[in-house]
Design a protein around this ligand. Structure first.
Ligand SMILES: Cc1cc2nc3c(=O)[nH]c(=O)nc-3n(C[C@H](O)[C@H](O)[C@H](O)COP(=O)(O)OP(=O)(O)OC[C@H]3O[C@@H](n4cnc5c(N)ncnc54)[C@H](O)[C@@H]3O)c2cc1C
Length: 424
């Protein structure tokens, strides 16, 4: 290309910290507009621990925009036929949402373990981005700095932890809940709460699900053995996520889970009746930063805000964040928006987290873990809402496809070149 014909861009280089779903989707979306990025990942490979498995409609729409939805659908089970809330004590159904009315809708919820999905996103970054996305594993960011003209990251490379510094126009922290980028900006200050429980996550194969007619996702309501029991993968793989009291060792939790599984699963199985695959344990939190932008450093997804997993809001919000940030960075790059659009991103996405995601995810957690399982059916307004949809397919459909509270179109803040020249 003739260099003289290329207009000077408002920025040249973006560093994205973290090759999780947020960081990689941001890089992919930017590459669609010929914007190069460098993704730095601390680990030697992708993080495939057991975490997210379901992604609501707004996330599905981002997967489609990123060009990865068809491949995800091909490799995953079809979406849930239904979501059921059950009382653990007798497995009685408290409420259900029949999702068959949106079974063929292109925007329906996506189901796939994150560990599998992230490999698809990564492959697209490497193979479909025409070299615009560079991912460097074993590059741990240990600090972030900036001055008027540039930002930089300090990194440790490989096992020898060789120190280096890389400069860019912008640094985007997509480095998850333990974000070093966030800590570089705000220290340990991350307002919110850590819940007083241990979260235990495992893949399970058990023929009792089919035998007792369970399907889809089952939210289990009980103050002692609460969680989600959900069909997740081809080949009869189910994911059981459960909460337990704090204060035990990992070995003790693994022993205690036999009793939880016996209470929660249909047919009350003993250990010899099922097979457990991978297991991971987590602390869970709801927290949000004071600001998602400080000059040339931006935060997105779990690095900025985190929520407990009940209801599947975390990754969904993460990918919607970076979809919005991509629109803002593209607008800036292409001269359709000024730098102030990055402030709009930071304000709007933080407000959406606090107003909707934070509150709803806490309500979801309280519903399964803290409510009285014998009265909640009649006292929780959410169950009344769900019952109202039982015989009204159109209303149910609208509820299941709702996006507007979580999504936000940042392109409305673009100013066209024509408008810009008029105002200058
Ligand atoms: C048990 C569980 C179940 C969940 N279920 C759901 C669900 O069903 N649906 C849903 O929507 N969400 C769910 N979530 C939440 C979801 O997994 C997260 O919201 C999502 O992974 C956030 O993506 P991210 O890219 O922001 O961060 P991460 O996935 O955490 O990725 C961050 C990346 O940054 C890297 N990194 C960290 N520090 C550095 C550093 N200093 N330098 C370089 N790289 C670094 C990490 O290694 C990692 O690869 C669940 C979470 C848990 C724990």
């Amino acid at each position: 290309m003739d260099a003289d014909a290329t207009p000077k861009r408002p920025y040249e280089k973006i560093i994205i910290v973290g090759a999780g779903p947020a960081g990689l989707i941001l890089a992919l979306l930017l590459s669609h507009h010929n914007i190069p990025s460098l993704v730095l990942e601390a680990w030697p490979g992708l993080d495939t621990r057991l975490r997210a498995t379901q992604y609501g409609v707004p996330a599905t729409r981002v997967f489609a925009r990123a060009g990865i939805l068809a491949e995800i659908r091909e490799a995953s089970i079809p979406s849930f036929p239904r979501i059921t809330w059950r009382r653990v004590a007798d497995h009685a159904e408290l409420a259900h949402l029949d999702m068959s009315c949106i079974a063929d809708h292109p925007d329906r919820m996506t189901i796939m373990p994150l560990g599998e999905m992230i490999k698809i996103i990564y492959r697209h970054c490497v193979e479909e981005s025409r070299g615009l996305v560079e991912v460097r594993f074993g590059h741990r960011v240990v600090g972030v700095g900036q001055d008027g003209g540039k930002a930089w990251v300090d990194i440790e490379v490989g096992e020898v932890r060789e120190r280096r510094k890389i400069e860019a126009d912008y640094v985007v922290g997509c480095d998850g809940g333990t974000s070093t980028v966030r800590k570089s900006l705000f220290g340990r200050d991350w307002p919110g709460q850590t819940f007083d429980c241990q979260f235990i996550v495992q893949n399970i194969w058990y023929d009792g699900f089919e035998k007792y007619g369970w399907d889809g996702g089952n939210y289990m309501v009980d103050p002692g053995s609460w969680g989600l029991v959900a069909k997740r993968g081809k080949g009869g793989m189910w994911r059981v996520t459960m909460g337990d009291k704090p204060g035990y060792t990992e070995d003790e939790y693994l022993k205690r889970r036999e009793a939880h599984i016996k209470r929660m699963l249909p047919g009350h199985p003993d250990p010899g009746d099922y097979r457990i695959g991978d297991t991971n344990m987590y602390k869970i939190h709801n927290r949000c930063v004071e600001s998602m932008r400080v000059g040339r450093v931006l935060l997105a997804a779990d690095a900025a805000h985190i929520c407990n997993p009940m209801g599947g809001y975390g990754c969904m919000t993460a990918v919607v964040d970076v979809d919005g940030l991509a629109d803002c960075l593209v607008g800036l790059y292409e001269g359709k928006a000024g730098e102030e659009i990055l402030d709009t991103y930071a304000r709007v996405r933080r407000d959406i987290f606090l107003k909707y995601v934070d509150q709803r995810s806490i309500k979801n957690l309280n519903r399964v873990a803290k409510s009285d399982p014998w009265t909640v059916r009649d006292t929780d307004p959410f169950f009344e809402l769900v019952r109202g949809y039982e015989h009204d397919v159109e209303k149910r459909k609208a509820f299941l496809l709702k996006v507007q509270s979580i999504e936000y179109d940042f392109k409305q803040h673009y100013t066209t070149p024509k408008n810009k020249s008029r105002s200058t």
